[in-house]
Design a protein around this ligand. Structure first.
Ligand code: CA
Length: 243
């Protein structure tokens, strides 16, 4: 396994604007597993509010923009986003007319994906758009193999001594977040923000509870963990298989 660079990078922020609840949930989860900080909006009004509160601090590097929204046209949001240092914009739309694409690209969109699209393609285009904006984007660490524990994040598979382990969705998100930073400390605040959302960064009791559940499922002796290590006062670290 390649060791991640030691410089700590803030995760890129993504504003996801999509009124289809199922697609929104799917994309939010896929983006979070890749390590992005995600704000999700179901309408133009939501999107405007989230943009106003977050685009400077902590920062939104990319916007995924659906066109048909319940309170208007996604395209009407584009003028808010232009200007120096503005985010990359990828339009998500069922409309596939060439004129639509040309108009959107001319008014500031960086890319255009026609629904239905594969999540893998979206993530690749998103990385490309961020790279063009000068952001360093590492492919996420998605596999972990160490002392009888095997984790494949993309396949949602966890094996302990070759036996499948059933995790709840929250347990899985927490574990996937630690896999992405294998060998490095992830702070309590970062874990809470990435797994539960930016509004829950003070709820360290969630972390203690879910870390206890994960250890009970993955560790031979939860009191003496080999994988899910505590960094007192800081956070948690998934043991580096190379250590
Ligand atoms: Ca829509």
């Amino acid at each position: 396994m390649t060791r991640a660079p030691s410089a700590v990078q803030a995760p890129a922020g993504v504003l996801l604007i999509e009124d289809d609840a199922a697609l929104r949930a799917t994309l939010r989860e896929a983006l979070q597993l890749e390590g992005y900080r995600v704000w999700a909006a179901a309408s133009l009004a939501d999107a405007r509010a989230l943009w106003a509160h977050n685009h400077r601090d902590p920062g939104i590097a990319l916007v995924l923009l659906d066109l048909g929204l319940p309170d208007g046209e996604g395209a009407d949001f584009l003028p808010h986003l232009r200007g120096p240092g503005g985010p990359a914009v990828i339009v998500l739309s069922a409309r596939q007319g060439e004129d639509d694409k040309i108009r959107l690209l001319d008014t500031g969109a960086d890319d255009y994906l026609v629904k239905p699209f594969g999540v893998g393609e979206l993530l690749a285009r998103l990385r490309a758009a961020l790279r063009r904006r000068g952001q360093v984007v590492d492919a996420a660490i998605t596999h972990y193999v160490h002392g009888g524990l095997q984790i494949d994040v993309a396949a949602h598979r966890v094996l302990r001594d070759a036996a499948p382990v059933h995790l709840t969705p929250t347990e899985f998100r927490l574990l996937a977040r630690l896999v992405r930073s294998t060998g490095r400390v992830v702070t309590h605040r970062q874990l809470l923000a990435d797994v539960w959302g930016a509004e829950h960064t003070e709820q360290t009791q969630y972390l203690r509870l879910y870390m206890g559940q994960l250890r009970a499922k993955l560790e031979a002796d939860p009191a003496q963990p080999l994988f899910l290590l505590t960094e007192p006062g800081l956070g948690y670290r998934l043991a580096d298989p190379a250590d």
